[in-house]
Design a binder for this molecule. Sequence first.
Ligand code: SF4
Ligand code: SF4
Ligand code: SF4
Length: 172
Amino acid sequence: MSITVQQICDVLPQTQCRECGYDGCRPYATALAAGLESDITKCLPGAQPIANAIAALLNKPQQIVIKQPSHVTALLNVDRCIGCNLCVKVCPVDAIIGELNFEHQVIESDCTGCGLCVPVCPTSCLSLTDRQEDLPSQQSNYAGMARKQARELALREKRVQEYQQTICEKKS
Ligand code: SF4
Ligand code: SF4
Ligand code: SF4
């Protein structure tokens, strides 16, 4: 029986951190399912349990994961935050909150410590630090992704409505 992308994706942590070298969990799962990727140990947050789960799914021998996942969270220095909102746009799991031009905040319980927000901050107010809480679950990561998608969709719809209204006003 051939293993589907979804079956592999279902065991991945869904942090979308790109530590595997792919643009997210699904692209890594796609490469594994297609036989284009032979290394089943590339998911750093998943570590040994996920590598074992992939081995079982693909009917491959288990491989030892050398690198260990880091137990960190993003830390935001609010004194330097200019509210540009760039970090919110790149966070895959919606772990940063804040409105444009206002101070932002990291929700540690939702932050996977992927570090994708750190390089985009123009004022270098984001860094990674040891975390106190457990890493978020796969369910939490899915929920964050869904929140982000819903917000982006609502924003797009609002822009389309505003554009259509402008066109109507110009015609009248
Ligand atoms: S390293 Fe793991 S959790 Fe991160 S994107 Fe790749 S498959 Fe997903
Ligand atoms: S807040 Fe930063 S480190 Fe935390 S999940 Fe979002 S992008 Fe990754
Ligand atoms: S990218 Fe930096 S300055 Fe911009 S909102 Fe995020 S934390 Fe604040």
